[in-house]
Design a binder for this molecule. Structure first.
Ligand code: NAP
Length: 291
């Protein structure tokens, strides 16, 4: 059994296990080792003592942090709450991982970029978040990457699952009520929670994982606009409803968002031989699994 075998046998602690990614991860990671799924009520990751107590009690070999403050618009007025969960908690978890000798998997976002590049962003591109959510997530990345542990920070984009609060379920609900107006001048890549969870498992199973920690872009392949994504969802659901394109200016929000935040995932492919599926295929998989 390789390095992961020994780590995973000690257990895998998933924090934020009741969020859309956490739920899928808790199921997907089960074949690797015993999973301890910790929801918000089980452990507040913004509470340093609670984090150390939970990790100290479980002594897992792998910690997976799926918790985050993800309300992008609300974060503009709730900076402190966003900072606690997105910037400080990752450091608490990284310190706890160091104390337990555990590996850490943490997730970040395409919203660390300002979208002005106009072509896919690599891990080495400078970050320049446009909103509080992106800025707090960026600090969290560094908190993990600067600790002396085996850590994987996976930046992903436009995450959705068939359950939970996300663009997919919103479009599905609204499509049943009438015509939709969807922003067509913001481009990115929809990524299903299942595709990301499977990539996470593949990273942890990789024989060289123990020496390949670092920052990686991990999103589905391809790109589209929110409007393109909405059309694909509506089409796949067989709903006969108009999806009209609108501009960002026609849909004002509290937080600014990048106009183009496609991630170049070449490094993950190069180092691990892992590529997430094209976003259209991942969407078909989600629908096939009973959306
Ligand atoms: N959603 C996206 O479009 C997107 C895009 C790019 C990257 N990401 C990243 O992907 C990861 C997973 O996101 P997601 O979409 O699965 O988010 P999510 O559905 O909002 O889940 C986040 C979970 O974290 C929990 N949480 C919040 N504050 C907590 C705290 N103080 N202590 C413990 N748990 C807490 C939440 O519980 P409560 O609801 O009970 O507070 C929720 O269950 C995050 O790192 C996120 O930044 C998401």
């Amino acid at each position: 059994m390789g390095a992961l075998g020994a780590q995973a046998r000690r257990g895998i602690a998933v924090f934020g296990a009741h969020g859309q990614l956490g739920r899928v991860l808790a199921r997907a990671l089960a074949p690797l080792g015993p999973v301890h799924a910790l929801g918000h009520a089980d452990c507040d990751v913004g509470d340093e003592e609670a984090v150390h107590a939970a990790v100290g009690c479980l002594m897992p070999g792998v910690i997976v942090n799926a918790s985050a403050y993800t309300a992008v618009d609300r974060a503009e007025s709730e900076c402190d709450a966003a900072r606690r969960v997105n910037s400080e908690a990752p450091g608490f978890l990284a310190d706890a991982a160091a104390a337990a000798g555990a590996w850490l998997v943490h997730y970040s976002t395409d919203y660390v970029f300002d979208g002005r590049k106009g072509e896919p962003y690599g891990e080495g591109d400078p970050t320049a978040p446009l909103n509080v959510y992106g800025a707090t997530k960026r600090v969290g990345e560094e908190a993990v990457l600067t600790r002396p542990i085996v850590a994987f920070v996976l930046r992903t984009s436009w995450l959705y699952d068939r359950e939970g609060r996300n663009f997919f379920s919103t479009v599905k609900r609204l499509a049943a009520a009438g015509p939709l107006r969807i922003v067509a001048d913001q481009y990115g890549t929809p990524t299903s929670a299942m595709a990301l969870a499977e990539a996470t498992c593949a990273i942890l199973r990789h024989p060289g994982a123990a020496r390949l920690g670092g920052l990686y872009h991990a999103a589905c392949e391809g790109e589209t606009s929110w409007h393109g994504f909405a059309r694909a969802i509506v089409g796949a659901l067989g709903a006969r409803v108009e999806v009209a394109p609108i501009t960002t200016a026609e849909y004002p929000t509290a937080a600014r968002r990048p106009a183009y935040s496609v991630l170049d995932c070449g490094l993950l492919k190069e180092r691990f031989g892992i590529a997430l599926p094209p976003w259209e295929r991942a969407l078909a998989d989600v629908l096939r699994n009973g959306a």
